[in-house]
Design a protein around this ligand. Sequence first.
Ligand code: NAI
Ligand code: BGC
Length: 257
Amino acid sequence: MSGRLAGKVAIVTGGSSGIGTGVVEHYAAEGASVVINYRGDEKSADEIKSKIEGNGGKAICVQADVAKVADCQALVDTAWNAFGKADILVNNAGVEKGSEFVDVSEADYDMVLDVNLKGPFFTTQAFVKRLLTANLPGRVINMSSVHEDMVFPHFASYCASKGGLRMLTRDLAVELGPKNITINNIAPGAIITPINTGLLNDKAKLDPLLRNIPLGRMGTVDDVAGLATFLASDEAAYITGSTFIIDGGLIRNYHEQ
Ligand code: NAI
Ligand code: BGC
């Protein structure tokens, strides 16, 4: 297939839903072979794979819980075994759990940090090990959030995870740059996906948020996937260690209601 990502192989964690699905579909449309990671929703992953194959693309689905290091490693191994290499890793899987700070349980804290920070950490480690062994360049793209910088009261664990991802990216850009491996973050604002189901159904929360967004709307999966495609493409070859905010201006306009 032709396209900006022709000949590339991309692993996308959490690819069976929301932003991850958008990234998978955009990458496949640009000619990449895609590895669709899912945790439990095999049916959705299979449907996306069939759609890609129907359009002449290549895709495989791989079950893995990115909160488990062994699963992160197996995900990367499966991609290499299927396609002989992997050029692009998108650490997209993420969860959030709202709660008063004083009520956050150890289990909930662990869940958020394990999926959002430990997962990207060890999936990237497995991905980089393969690249170094094969002496290949690579791209890592993390789906962070405006909340790697911006406060989100009642989501302290989520903020801690995304703040950690921000610093991990800066650190690895320096360590991995000499190996021709780049790493960047995408920091979406409020995007229409299942993670925001509660918000989308709560007018009292949604209306003030929309008033805070200068462009006056929530973002779409396609908005974010377009940026992820650019960052995976040759056009972004000289970019590393950066966070790309895609939020309709939210982060510049935030104030408490
Ligand atoms: P979503 O809920 O549709 O997608 C999250 C994905 O992560 C799902 O596919 C889910 O199965 C997967 N996932 C969760 N735990 C996993 C695990 N242990 N192992 C493997 N996969 C797992 O929500 P959305 O919005 O598409 O989220 C994608 C990323 O974008 C997340 O990292 C989220 O923090 C980030 N984000 C989303 C924003 C939004 O407004 N929708 C804004 C800023 C960041
Ligand atoms: C969160 C969403 C929230 C958005 C803007 C994202 O990181 O996942 O729930 O709507 O930031 O605050």
